[in-house]
Design a protein around this ligand. Structure first.
Ligand code: 6R9
Length: 675
C-alpha cells in the first residue's frame, strides 16, 4: 500500500520546513470565553477552550453534533438519531428522521432577516465589471429556475447535470435543484465533451444546464458546442437549458431551452420540498486509482452542517465579512466554500470567473482591494505562479481588508507559504493550509485561527477539525499511536460531511475507503505527525497524480493513451513540477513494427488526452520505450519509473523481482532531462 515515493517527499518537505511558529491570533494572554465563539459550547460541561471543545467533539460526538445541528440548521421536522454509522458496511447516516430544505437554509432564512445583504459578488472576467446579487435576488432566481425545472419535468430524486463556468445562474441552478429535491451533478467546464458525456451517462441525467459560451482570461470558450457533442452520446438527455453568458447566438435545436427567457415566465415563489437528511444533495465525480471517475454522493443535512461549521471556524468568518474563494464551482472546494458553507452562514461569497494572471498578475490583489475581501482562499499552484512575478504585483494594492489566507488542493511548500504570509498577508494574517477531499465534504485538518492559543507551523495542516479523529497506520495496518510518526492517513470515526457512497457502486465505495484498513476511513494520502502532534500531509499513496490541485488517476490517463492505434501499453506517473506541484510523464511501448517520430506521437497523445479528459491532464513528457519495467507477475514497477524521472537512479531499490532488468537501463538511457 505505501510506496517509497512519499518517504522521499517527506524528507524534502521537512528538511525545508521552517520551524518558525506563528501565533494564530494576537490576542494571546487575553482571557476569552469559548461560548462567545461557539454558542452551543455553553451546554458542553467542562469545556472552556478550543482544545477542550475538540476533545468533547470527538469523545461526545453525538452530543456535539446534535447540539450544533439544532443550533445552526433550520429544520422542518427534527431528527431523532444523531448518527447511525458502521464503517464495516460503509454505512453512514446522520440526523435520521430530520427533514429540511438546503435552499431554505441558504436563502429564505437570510431573506427574512437581511434581504438586501449581498449574497454573492460575481467577479467577472473583466476587472471592474462585478455584479452584486442580494439574498432576495438570489432567492428569486432560484425559485424561477426551480419552477422552470419542474415545468421541464424534473422531479424529486432526478439528477441534473450542470456544465457552467462560475456565474450566478450556475449557483442558482444548484440551489434550484436543492429546492425541488433534485440532485445536481456539476461538471467542471474545462472537461472535454467525452468526459462530460461519461458523467452525464453515469448520473443518468435527463436535463443539462449550460451557457452559450464561457469567458475566461479574455478568451471566449464554446461551452454549448461541447455539450452538443457530449449529448449526442447520451440517450437519457431530453433537454438542455442554455443561459446566455455572451451576446453571441449559438445554434439551438428542439432539445434546447433558452434559459433566461423561459425562467422569466416563471413565478418568483417556489415551494421548497421537505427533504430527508439522507436524501442525495449532489454527485461530484472525482478521479481514483482505477480508470473510471467515481460519482461521490453527498447528502443534505450532514454536508450542509459540516461545510457551514468549517467555513465559520477554519476561516474565522464573521457576519459582514466578504469571503473570496477563487476555486471553480466544478470542484468540491467551490461546492463547499463558494456555495453551501458561506450561504448557510448568511455570508457574502465571491464567484471568480477569471484567472490569477488576467489581465496581469496583480488580478487577485486588485480584486481583494476593490471588493474588500476578508478571507482569501486559493491554491498553492497559483501562489507559486504569482510568487515568480515578484512582490510588486501584490504591493501595488491595498490588502488591509484581509484577515485570513487559506490554501487547498495540494501540499503548500514552505517558500510559497512564507510568501503568502509575508507578502500577501503583510505578516499579519494567519495562513490556513486546509487538508480535505471530495470524499470528506469539508475541511478536516487545518490550523484554528479562531483559537487565540493555537499556533501555526508553515507548511503544516496542523490540527484535526472538531469531530475529526485522524489516525496514522503503518504498512501492517497497525495504528501508530506515538507522535513523530509517518503513515497512511485514516479517520477513525464518522463525521457529518463525509460522502455516503459512490453513485451506483456501493461496493467500490467500501472497497476503496473501508477495506484497506478495517475500522477506518482511508484517505489515500500519507501524513506525518510531528513531535508536537501537528499534522503534515505528504501526498497520495495511490496512483493518483495531483496536477495544479486537480486529481488525475494514472489508470484514467493510460486508458486514453492506450487507445492510440500505435500504442501497445503505457505507464503514466507524476513528477515534481515547479508550479503545477506535479506534472505528467508518460512512458509508451509501441506495437510491433510501428514507427513514429516521438514528437508526432507526443502531439497526437496530447490531443487525445485533451479531447478525452481535459487540457490540464496533458502529459508534459512522453518517452517511447521497448518495454516497461515489470515484476514477474506483470505489475508495472512505477516506483522504479518515478526514481528514473526524479533522476534518483542510485536509489532504484530492490530490483530482484523485475522480469527483465535491462528494461530499466533502457528507460534510464532514453530518459529526457526534465527542463
Ligand atoms: C479539497 C480537494 C483531494 C486530494 C487529497 C490530497 C490533496 C488537498 C491538501 C492536499 C496536501 C493540502 N490535498 N488539500 N494535500 N495539503 N492542504 O482538493 O479535494 O480535489 O478531492 O483532492 O488533494 O492528496 O487527497 P480533491
Amino acid at each position: 500500500m505505501m510506496c517509497s515515493l512519499w518517504r522521499g517527499t517527506l524528507l524534502t518537505l521537512t528538511s525545508s520546513l521552517n520551524r518558525r511558529v506563528f501565533q494564530c491570533c494576537r490576542q494571546l494572554g487575553r482571557s476569552y470565553n469559548i461560548a462567545s465563539c461557539m454558542p452551543e459550547a455553553v451546554a458542553f460541561q467542562g469545556v472552556s477552550d478550543h482544545s477542550g471543545l475538540y476533545k468533547f467533539s470527538v469523545n461526545e460526538s453525538d452530543r456535539f453534533w446534535g447540539a450544533v445541528a439544532r443550533q445552526r440548521l433550520s429544520w422542518i421536522s427534527p431528527f431523532h438519531t444523531v448518527q447511525n454509522c458502521d464503517f464495516s458496511q460503509g454505512k453512514i447516516k446522520w440526523f435520521e428522521g430530520g427533514k429540511l430544505n438546503v435552499s431554505v437554509n441558504c436563502l429564505d432564512r437570510h431573506v427574512q432577516t437581511c434581504p438586501e445583504r449581498v449574497a454573492l459578488i460575481w467577479e467577472r472576467d473583466e476587472p471592474g465589471t462585478e455584479v452584486k446579487i442580494t439574498y432576495r435576488q438570489l432567492l428569486e432566481l432560484t425559485c424561477r429556475l426551480g419552477n422552470l425545472l419542474k415545468r421541464q419535468g424534473v422531479r424529486r430524486g432526478d439528477c441534473v447535470t450542470i456544465y457552467m463556468p462560475p456565474c450566478p445562474l450556475a449557483m442558482a441552478s444548484m440551489l434550484a435543484c436543492a429546492r425541488i429535491g433534485a440532485a445536481h451533478n456539476v461538471v467542471f467546464a474545462g472537461f472535454s465533451s467525452e468526459a462530460l458525456a461519461d458523467r452525464i451517462r453515469d448520473a443518468q441525467s435527463s436535463t443539462v444546464i449550460t451557457v452559450n459560451q464561457g469567458v475566461r482570461g479574455g478568451k471566449v470558450v464554446d461551452l454549448k458546442r461541447t455539450v452538443d457533442q457530449a449529448v449526442q452520446n447520451c440517450p437519457t438527455v431530453q433537454q438542455v437549458l442554455v443561459a446566455m453568458r455572451t451576446e453571441n447566438t449559438v445554434p439551438m435545436t428542439d432539445r434546447d431551452v433558452p434559459l433566461e427567457e423561459e425562467m422569466m415566465k416563471e413565478d418568483v415563489v417556489c415551494e421548497p420540498v421537505a427533504m430527508d437528511s439522507e436524501d442525495v444533495l449532489f454527485l461530484l465525480y472525482t478521479s481514483g486509482s482505477t480508470g473510471k471517475p467515481k460519482g461521490l454522493v453527498h447528502t443534505q443535512a450532514g454536508y450542509l452542517l459540516y461545510t457551514s461549521l468549517t467555513h465559520r471556524y477554519v476561516f474565522n468568518y464573521h457576519d459582514g465579512d466578504v469571503f473570496g474563494c477563487v476555486a471553480d464551482i466544478g470542484w468540491i472546494t467551490g461546492h463547499s466554500y463558494i456555495v453551501y458553507g458561506p450561504l448557510c452562514n448568511g455570508g457574502t461569497t465571491v464567484l471568480f470567473e477569471s484567472t490569477p494572471v488576467y489581465p496581469n498578475p496583480g488580478r487577485y490583489w486588485e480584486m481583494v482591494e476593490r471588493l474588500g475581501i476578508n478571507q482569501f482562499y486559493g491554491a498553492p499552484t497559483a501562489i507559486r505562479l504569482l510568487l515568480k512575478y515578484g512582490d510588486e504585483w501584490v504591493q501595488n494594492y491595498n490588502r488591509s481588508s484581509l484577515k485570513t489566507l487559506g490554501s487547498v488542493g495540494e501540499p503548500i511548500n514552505t517558500e510559497a507559504w512564507e510568501w503568502y504570509h509575508r507578502v500577501v498577508g503583510d505578516g499579519r494574517c494567519p495562513v490556513v493550509d486546509t487538508w480535505w477531499q471530495t470524499e470528506t465534504g469539508g475541511i478536516c485538518i487545518a490550523p484554528r485561527p479562531a483559537d487565540p492559543e493555537a499556533e501555526i507551523v508553515p507548511g503544516m495542516a496542523m490540527h484535526p477539525f472538531y469531530g475529526i479523529k485522524p489516525a496514522l497506520l503503518d504498512t501492517e495496518g497497525e495504528v501508530l499511536s506515538s507522535n513523530d510518526s509517518t503513515g497512511a492517513l485514516c479517520i477513525s470515526q464518522a463525521w457529518p460531511g463525509m460522502a455516503r457512497t459512490i453513485h451506483n457502486h456501493h461496493q467500490r465505495f467500501t472497497e476503496t475507503y473501508f477495506h484497506p484498513y478495517p475500522g477506518f476511513f482511508f484517505t489515500g494520502d500519507g501524513a506525518h505527525r510531528s513531535k508536537e502532534g501537528y499534522y503534515q500531509i505528504i501526498g497520495r499513496l495511490d496512483d493518483v497524480i495531483n496536477v495544479s490541485g486537480h486529481r488525475l488517476g494514472t489508470a484514467e490517463l493510460e486508458d486514453v493513451v492506450n487507445q492510440c492505434p500505435g500504442v501497445a501499453e503505457s505507464a503514466a506517473i507524476g513528477y515534481s513540477h515547479d508550479i503545477k506541484g506535479e506534472g505528467v510523464y508518460v512512458f509508451v511501448v509501441l506495437k510491433k513494427a510501428v514507427m513514429v517520430e516521438e514528437d508526432v506521437l507526443a502531439q497526437q497523445l496530447r490531443e487525445m488526452v485533451s479531447r478525452s479528459i481535459a487540457k490540464y491532464a496533458c502529459p508534459d513528457f512522453i518517452q517511447v520505450v521497448r518495454c516497461l519495467p515489470k515484476t514477474r507477475s506483470g505489475k508495472i514497477m512505477r516506483r522504479v519509473l518515478r526514481k528514473v524521472v526524479e533522476r534518483n537512479t542510485d536509489e532504484l531499490g530492490d530490483l530482484s523481482t523485475l522480469d527483465d532488468p535491462d528494461s530499466v537501463h533502457e528507460v534510464i538511457r532514453g530518459h529526457r532531462r526534465l527542463r
